[in-house]
Structure formats: structure tokens, C-alpha cells
Design a binder for this molecule. Sequence first.
Ligand SMILES: NC(=O)c1ccc[n+]([C@@H]2O[C@H](COP(=O)([O-])OP(=O)(O)OC[C@H]3O[C@@H](n4cnc5c(N)ncnc54)[C@H](OP(=O)(O)O)[C@@H]3O)[C@@H](O)[C@H]2O)c1
Length: 295
Amino acid sequence: MVDLVITGGSGQVATALAALAPIEGLGVRLLGRPGFDFDRAETLAAVFDPSPAMVVNAAAYTAVDRAETEPEAAGRANTTGPALLAGLCRAHGCKFLHISTDYVFDGAKPAPYRESDAANPTGVYGRSKYEGEVAVMAANPDAIILRTAWVYAATGRNFLLTMLSAARRLPTLRVVADQVGCPTLAADLAAAILRIATAPDWRPGIYHAAGTGQTSWHGFATAILRRAASHGLPCPEILPIATADWPTPAKRPENSRLDCALLESTFGLVLPSWTEGVIRTVDAVMTASSTRPRT
Ligand SMILES: NC(=O)c1ccc[n+]([C@@H]2O[C@H](COP(=O)([O-])OP(=O)(O)OC[C@H]3O[C@@H](n4cnc5c(N)ncnc54)[C@H](OP(=O)(O)O)[C@@H]3O)[C@@H](O)[C@H]2O)c1
């Protein structure tokens, strides 16, 4: 029997989880589009053929700005689809772990957010994810939801790779310095998910699970590019700017730091520091690019 089905095939978290789970001795089936697609509800049956012990839903509509003009697509992938999957897992007797976001909060709190703080998303993406949390828990009260933040990896679409690419082209980067959060390495979140999956007790509920520490996008960029400079990448000037100087379609929370104490007290889990994750990831990316054959 397959132990674990992971949705979100090509995504950062799904890819990291699918790489790690076999090392931990778990059988894995990774499902992605077109075979598994929340836009085509009939494809959800693939998850249960055969039925796994557990489903991790890492599929999501994650284009925060584009969601402002595509609320229906965001709603299908982040709200109605996950709720349907959660209900099917309940019917099949599979454990269900769903991933949500720090962007369920409005950012007004002057301290890290706890699970008990009221959600108040500022954009379509955050709203679709928050409504997804509510709908998942209604369909399957035994679900676990992990809210994470500022996810990055050595592959995929993320801020770390965007900064490395920009540094190769531009002498000066302008980076927002008045939004703070907790960068999270996809592999660190994947390791935490596996610890939860294999824990002796299943403890349903919502938990915050993000990299330890906090920074701004400017601080994140600086850490990435300083490390890349140690591999010989020219370090551009990194100018701190205000959110107002970088207008985006979606309004983002000023503060989306997550307090992860409940994850620690419940599962004994603390994710590694975001700075350590940046070092590991930049080293991996820079080493791979220096050893890649030139065409
Ligand atoms: N990335 C972040 O900074 C961040 C921050 C906080 C929370 N999260 C949450 O963490 C989870 C994993 O994020 P990630 O960074 O790994 O995302 P990602 O790299 O953007 O991957 C998302 C995956 O979902 C798939 N997907 C999109 N729409 C779908 C649909 N309608 N039906 C089925 N699959 C669909 C994508 O497929 P295609 O490649 O075909 O589009 C992709 O494989 C998500 O729940 C996200 O909301 C992410």
C-alpha cells in the first residue's frame, strides 16, 4: 500500500516532500497536473487509486498578484478543491494534511501571529486560502493544517532564485524593507510534515510551521546575495525601499511573522533557522550552476 499521496506535483513543497519521504521509508505517489487538477474535480479520484494512509495537499494557486484578477481559479484550487479532497479523505479513512499561508493575516499585529489570532486576509489569494482552511475543517475535522510562509527552494519559482537571477543582470536592486516574515525552506517544511505524519498521535488542528527567525524581504535578499558573493557572484547594491514604492496588485501584510510555539509544544518540532536554510540553498544552487556543462 502507498503510505503517502502528495498533490502539487511540480511545486516546491511537493517536490521536497517526494524527495524526502522515501528516505524515511515511506511509499510515495506524487500527483500533479494534468492527472490531478482541482479545476477538474473528477481527477481527484486518482488520489484513492489505491487509497493511501495519508494525503498531503501541497497543490495551490500561489500567484498572489494574479489571483486579484482570477478569483474563481484561486477559489477552485485553494477553497473548494481542498474541501472536496478533505471530505474524500474522511470518507476513505485517510489522514489529511493541508498547507495554508501566513497571508491569512492582515499584518496589523505588532508581534508574531498565533493560531488563535483572527484571520483577516488583505487579498484574493489570502482570502481563498483562509476560506479553504474553514472549508477543509468543516469537511474533515480530523485534518491538520500547517500555515507556512515565504517558501523557497533550490528549484521552482521563488524569491531566492529571483534575487540570484536579478543579481546576474542588474547592478542595483530595490527590495521592500517594511514587510517582515519568516522565510521557510521547502525541505525543512517537508521534514516537519514527515515527523507529523509518523508521530504516534495524530493531533488535528491548525499549526504554524515556518523557518525560525524573521526578516524583511530586504534582509532576505541581503543574506542570499552575500552568500552568493562568497561563490563569486557579483553582489549588486541592495537598496531598501518601502512597500509604497513597489506597488503590486495584491496588498500584502506588513507583518506576517508566525509564532510556531504550538508546533513545538504539540509535536516537539522547531524548523531550522531561515539563515541556515539560505546558506544551504544558495550553496546548492551556485554549486550546481558552476558544475553544469556549458552548451
Ligand atoms: N510559496 C510561498 O511562498 C508560500 C507561502 C506560504 C504558504 N504557501 C503554501 O504552501 C503550499 C505549497 O506552496 P509551493 O510554494 O510549493 O507552491 P508552488 O511551488 O507554487 O506549487 C504549487 C503547485 O500547485 C499546482 N496547482 C496550481 N493550481 C492547481 C490546480 N488548480 N489543481 C491542481 N494543482 C494545482 C501547481 O501546478 P502547476 O505547476 O501546473 O501550476 C504546482 O504544482 C501551498 O498551499 C501554498 O499556498 C506557499
